[in-house]
Design a binder for this molecule. Sequence first.
Ligand SMILES: Cc1cc2nc3c(=O)[nH]c(=O)nc-3n(C[C@H](O)[C@H](O)[C@H](O)COP(=O)(O)OP(=O)(O)OC[C@H]3O[C@@H](n4cnc5c(N)ncnc54)[C@H](O)[C@@H]3O)c2cc1C
Length: 439
Amino acid sequence: MNHKAVAVIGAGPAGLFAAKTLADNGMKVFLFNRDIRPGGLAEYGIYPEKYRLKTGLRKQFMGFLLHENILYFGNVDVGIDRDYSLSDLQEMGFSAILVTTGAQQIKHLGLEGENLPRVYHAWEIVSNYNDLPPYSQQNYPIGKRVVIVGVGNVMADIARYCINKGGVDEILAVARRGPAEIKFHETEFVHIAQNLDRTDFEAEIKRVTPLMLKMGQDPNETWAFVEKACENCDEIASSTNLRLRFLKSPSRFIGNEKDGLQRVEFVENTLIKTNHTTRAEATSLKTIFEADTVILAVGSSVDARVGLPVNKYEFSVSSFPEYPQEGLSYEVMDPVTEKNIPGIFVAGWSRLASYGLVGISGRDGTRGAQAALAYLQDHGKSVACEKIEDHVRGAEKPVIDKTMVEELLSIEAEIAIQRGLPDYKYSTNKEMLSALGIR
Ligand SMILES: Cc1cc2nc3c(=O)[nH]c(=O)nc-3n(C[C@H](O)[C@H](O)[C@H](O)COP(=O)(O)OP(=O)(O)OC[C@H]3O[C@@H](n4cnc5c(N)ncnc54)[C@H](O)[C@@H]3O)c2cc1C
């Protein structure tokens, strides 16, 4: 039967909510996903021990996939020189394409020494401990003195991992701005607050208090936040000493190829108020910390190889959308011609890199789908969806459909029960394919 068909690229929270919205509105949705399993960072980013959250989301997303209008194609990579390019998809007859591939590329700082051994980007560590192939198969040795750059929720997750894995003597989490600008939530800080060196924290707050007062900020609010987290914190699992440092940006990683990282140099910052934001401004002062491992938790970037123009860390979004949703633009603009690219939409972390939790990304996916639906009222034609489906299924490499995902999840759940584990997930594509009887 002929339908208007929409390709959604990326089955993270944004893509899954988008697919559901499009399917509920009568579109035939082809959901392409690079990973075998759906879920994106809900599967491969969220901290492994958040079992209830992860299992709940898995169940919810599987429910979406079972919608009769949604076809799932896992293990399919979309982009330049990949399984399909965006133009290939347009040629197949899709009336609209919604890109929800997240922001899954490392954000390089371009600093001296960034390629030294034991200088990592958070993406590598998170993907490794969450069993995302191929990171799951690589070794990321972590030493005894760890510096984490950035103080958002990802820093809290990585500090939690370092504390729980054992063998890490000290963690220094370093913020570009001050205590009033910290980005982590109390719900995440409670998992590491038990290891906070309170004497050191007091001294650090005392050091930055004059600047905070000058900026009209109240150091007592920071204390209240920390006290509350400490009251509700986890039990001590290791003796790792956790310290925080404010008003510093990394400027150089010092070491050598043979011994790896040895020190991190930081530039000292001050704060400047501009309109509604408080900005960090570099001074001429520098500080050096001894460290054998640095993990950069400074957000990530979209993948330009998907084939859309990129503006800084996200795809180039039009400032003049024809189909705005709640005042937001989901349309892609060619920055050279300054014209919108018709029929191509972006949502989730692809639209705003590293912004928001699952709920926010899901809502963004829904709004992206609504923008595409508004466009589809006047554009696109019905196509023979079975033909497209047969073509995709006929690919040389194995393509995973929703029945296989269901089967995979149930095999893994069975293994978890047999081994008495709260959760179990295969860590390689080979294992997943072989469990499904695919060679
Ligand atoms: C370390 C970390 C911890 C987090 N913890 C929490 C938490 O505890 N609670 C919470 O609510 N939120 C958490 N989040 C945020 C949450 O994960 C994000 O809000 C959400 O996953 C973003 O959704 P998305 O769909 O935009 O992108 P993603 O989740 O990144 O999904 C992108 C999808 O696109 C696919 N893809 C990528 N490239 C291609 C391609 N070329 N072709 C085809 N498919 C492709 C990927 O396989 C993936 O499935 C965390 C994020 C991180 C990084």
